[in-house]
Design a protein around this ligand. Structure first.
Ligand SMILES: Cc1cc2nc3c(=O)[nH]c(=O)nc-3n(C[C@H](O)[C@H](O)[C@H](O)COP(=O)(O)OP(=O)(O)OC[C@H]3O[C@@H](n4cnc5c(N)ncnc54)[C@H](O)[C@@H]3O)c2cc1C
Length: 279
């Protein structure tokens, strides 16, 4: 008998679920409907750095989840046959001005490397070596290079995954839905029962799950970044991502696209206004 599955949210999480559901053997027996209103989607706004290994967050569950996510990317890109314009392991460079900070970072990287296969190799770089890898810099600092670090174009990834799934068993509905206490999905056409509901609503998960009596400790955080078109320094496709101290990460894509940012603003609201005073 045909199974009906709903996915609420079409960012990286929902699109990946939709893609893998479309590849199941006997996929014709599964019909998937993805609901997404696209309002403020983090995936299409993100800087796209995939390098969670040197995070100093103490939350071990968060780290294990982020590490598993980084591990999944190469497999996902291979399975969906997407190119280096979408995802590439260019390596990431994390720099520190103070030598003892750099040593601590290197020690942490070596420790994390023991249990993180996708991280690749870890090396220290002098300021001149960092400069050589990223010639756009004016004042390079020494850093730690992680060869498995990557950058992803979230919008292109989601578009690629959803296009493939739509060609098989996926229907996309561009609308906001909510859940009833019984787990029905309420759409503009009324309440509908599905065999399974996958909640991939990102920062909206808390409000979506509330009617079911489920508390999700998820809060919105505003992020702003700048996308630059670099004219005079052609950016090579494999130029590494740079992560200096602070919020000015530097994410070079091919064809001269350069992203700088993002901010992390805990104003506790869904605030999509661009603030021109943030530099
Ligand atoms: C500026 C910025 C920079 C970032 N940079 C990085 C980075 O460099 N590296 C990194 O790892 N992460 C980064 N992130 C975080 C990363 O983007 C998110 O963790 C990730 O994209 C979340 O994916 P998601 O699928 O869970 O949610 P989202 O991509 O937010 O998708 C959720 C979708 O669900 C939809 N939705 C929610 N509720 C409903 C509903 N009731 N009905 C219908 N649709 C609904 C929303 O409209 C949205 O489209 C950044 C985020 C921002 C904002």
């Amino acid at each position: 008998m045909e199974k009906q599955i709903a996915i609420i949210g079409g960012g990286i999480v929902g699109a990946t679920a939709a893609y893998y559901l479309s590849t199941l053997p006997g996929g014709q027996q599964v019909k998937v409907t993805l609901f997404d209103d696209g309002l403020g989607q983090a995936t299409t706004a993100a800087a796209g750095i995939i390098s969670p290994w040197l995070s100093k967050r103490r939350n071990q569950q968060w780290y294990q989840l982020a590490k598993a996510g980084a591990d999944l990317y190469p497999q996902l890109i291979h399975d969906a046959q997407l190119g280096t314009d979408v995802y590439q392991q260019t390596g990431t460079i994390v720099t520190r001005e103070i030598p003892t900070d750099l040593e601590l970072l290197f020690d942490l990287a070596q420790e994390r490397q023991q249990t993180a296969v996708t991280m690749g190799s870890v090396t220290t770089l002098t300021a001149a070596e960092v400069q050589a890898k990223i010639p756009l810099l004016a004042n390079a600092q020494p850093g730690v290079f992680i060869s498995g670090g990557a950058r992803v174009d979230g919008a292109a990834l989601v578009a690629g995954l959803l296009a493939q799934a739509t060609a098989k068993n996926l229907t996309i509905r561009r609308e906001r839905v909510h859940l009833t206490a019984q787990g029905q999905v309420v759409t503009s056409l009324g309440a509908r029962q599905f065999d399974r509901v996958i909640v991939a609503a990102g920062a909206w998960a808390k409000e979506l799950l509330a009617p079911l009596g489920i508390t999700a400790d998820v809060r919105p955080q505003k992020g702003q970044l700048i996308e630059l078109a670099v004219k005079d320094y052609p950016i090579q496709e494999n130029m590494p991502v740079l992560m200096p101290e602070g919020e000015r990460d530097f994410v070079p894509f091919g064809h001269g696209k350069l992203i700088v940012g993002a901010t992390h603003e805990d104003d506790g609201k869904f605030n999509l206004q661009v603030d021109p005073t943030v530099t």
